[in-house]
Design a protein around this ligand. Sequence first.
Ligand SMILES: Nc1ncnc2c1ncn2[C@@H]1O[C@H](COP(=O)(O)OP(=O)(O)OP(=O)(O)O)[C@@H](O)[C@H]1O
Ligand SMILES: [Mg+2]
Length: 271
Amino acid sequence: MTAEPKILITGLEKRYASSRNGEQVAVTGVDLTIGAGEFVCLVGPSGCGKTTLIQLMAGFEQPSRGRPTIDGRAVTQPDPDHIMIFQDYGLFPWKTVLDNVLFGLEARGVAPGHARTRALETLELVGLRAAAAKHPHELSGGMKQRVAIARALAVKPSVLFMDEPFAALDTFTRLRLQDELLGLWQAQRSTVVFVTHDLDEAIALGQRVVLMAAGPGHIQRIIPIDLPYPRERTSDEFARYRRELFAEFHLVHQWAANPGGDVEGRGGAGI
Ligand SMILES: Nc1ncnc2c1ncn2[C@@H]1O[C@H](COP(=O)(O)OP(=O)(O)OP(=O)(O)O)[C@@H](O)[C@H]1O
Ligand SMILES: [Mg+2]
């Protein structure tokens, strides 16, 4: 992590009103500092609060306690400098690829000529310059996701929030987009918060992996991944991190199944 904190979260809690049992605590007691330019992955089982946490950071949800800050300012609403990429791409079907990418730039008041140059440059970066005049329905899932990434990166956001952006893609497309995303991150130095279910994806991408657990949602452990980029997914070091994360993940599941029980090896887990 760099010395300068970008996102600061202290004692964060989110409760949702629930029709059946009053209130439900989605996440609680979350403390997390993310450095400027850092790439952080959030992983954890379904329902442990990953989406809730990233939406609180991005200003799409309001906390019950402990409002996050970005650059020292309280997050109260979505900010055009902090872009969120959703799993369903969020493209406008009636607009061409180029117009989809232009949308964010024009919304920020970038002059039309400059916006067009910037949009085409960004499409070039994600390998879709030739598809600029197509509409989303003419593209594959991987291409649509690249348009969504291009649209986000075109505005050079200082923070990029990504909630399982590659979950619907096949392995080959996913691996390619992971590498592309890393290349773009290294070129632009945005701060990236990336939610995934996939432990390998988290190890391939994150400088730190934040492992979350349910009951209610909290941070179980933060694991720094001390490997140079690009990461060799078949290396022994990669396998060592995979073993460590899987072991920790196993503990999370044991804990979820038997919350009050004495789970062997929990000692150093930091629950
Ligand atoms: N709008 C909402 N209203 C009520 N409860 C909610 C709402 N959004 C999330 N929850 C609850 O908060 C908890 C955390 O949900 P969240 O979507 O953050 O989990 P997640 O880790 O992203 O799961 P997944 O991996 O399945 O996407 C869940 O128990 C969920 O039912
Ligand atoms: Mg989610």
